[in-house]
Design a protein around this ligand. Structure first.
Ligand SMILES: Nc1ncnc2c1ncn2[C@@H]1O[C@H](COP(=O)(O)OP(=O)(O)O)[C@@H](O)[C@H]1O
Ligand SMILES: [Mg+2]
Length: 305
């Protein structure tokens, strides 16, 4: 049986990341998120702030409305990695899509780096379960499409270096010229991750990014994500319903209560050393304490609804 183990061969590339910043609009080109932020900028409080954010949807019959998310309130530091966990249907994707600007905010507001979010923008990178790639284009060309837009001022060779750097980091160094349509789901998701990082967003938003993959590929990609993230420390939010994934990736795990009227029920700070690996985590005594905390919260949610 093919259980989908993928080549983990890390191609050592001689390409280094050019010191160029994105240049699309406003103040962004002055932002240092693109590369590893300066030490004194990392941890800047309230880099991303949710203030009493609510989402009202029409009910399925269309005759009334329901407040699915009700008063989501959270402050995130620059460079922080947040996991959001909660039962299916509680509103995790709704919170993420409002942050991405792909879904309107019914009440309250979200401020990113001193600007209120209103609409989508390239300063936020989004990774969904299945990346939207052009199947007839190569991995390289797919990532280059975005890089061309975000780095119009960089030279051709600098842009090529950015694309090659990130594709190599996600383990696709020897598949740069492979067409997306000829790739497995796991490889495609690697391209999606490389693209998101290559665009140097202020904020990386991932919605169950490994949900469609078998567990071995999922574990591998979690480590790939950790590896690439260590290099950039981009502020990130991942939505997951996998307890182990939530802990492995995050500095804080935000637990949402069941909907409707879902809000934050509990926040667990994950004080485990980085860089992390799945193996090191399983061997850490505190890991089980965190796991227990999350599982208890999720079980209690089940009982109160
Ligand atoms: N566009 C929409 N219109 C109406 N209801 C929606 C829409 N999107 C999601 N919902 C409802 O809002 C709730 C939260 O959905 P979602 O954010 O997708 O939850 P999660 O990601 O936690 O599984 C669910 O009850 C879902 O049916
Ligand atoms: Mg969802």
């Amino acid at each position: 049986m093919n259980i989908g183990i993928e080549s983990t061969k890390q191609v050592t590339s001689t390409v280094t990341l050019p010191a160029v910043r994105p240049n699309t609009s406003n103040d962004w080109k002055l932002d240092s998120s693109a590369l590893k932020p300066a030490q004194n900028d990392l941890g800047r409080p309230r880099y991303l702030e949710f203030s009493q954010v609510s989402k009202i949807y029409p009910t399925p019959d269309g005759n009334s409305t329901v407040k699915v998310v009700d008063g989501f309130d959270l402050k995130i530091k620059k460079g922080e990695f947040i996991s959001i966990i909660g039962h299916s249907g509680c509103g995790k994707s709704t919170v993420l899509s409002m942050t991405a600007g792909l879904n309107s905010i019914s009440e309250g507001g979200i401020i990113l780096d001193n600007r209120e979010i209103n609409g989508a923008g390239p300063d936020r990178g989004v990774v969904f379960q299945a990346p939207s790639l052009f199947p007839w284009l190569t991995a390289f060309e797919n990532v280059m499409l975005g890089v061309d837009k975000v780095y119009p001022h960089a030279s051709r060779s600098e842009r090529e270096d950015i694309v090659e750097y990130y594709l190599t980091r996600v383990g696709l160094g020897d598949s740069l010229r492979k067409k997306a349509g000829d790739m497995s789901n796991g490889m495609r998701q690697r391209v999606g991750i490389a693209r998101a990082f290559a665009l140097s967003p202020k904020l990386l938003l991932l919605d169950e990014p490994f949900g469609m993959l078998d567990s071995l590929t999922r574990w591998e990609l979690q480590e790939v994500l950790m590896e690439v993230w260590e290099r950039t420390h981009v502020t990130a939010i991942v939505v997951t319903h996998d307890v182990d994934e939530a802990i492995l990736l995050a500095d804080r795990v935000v637990m949402m209560t069941n909907g409707p009227h879902a809000k934050i029920g509990k926040i667990e700070t994950i004080d485990l050393p980085r860089p992390r690996s799945r193996k090191a985590l399983l061997a850490h005594p505190d890991y089980y304490k965190y796991r227990e905390s999350l599982l208890t919260f999720l079980a209690e949610c089940d009982h109160t609804h």
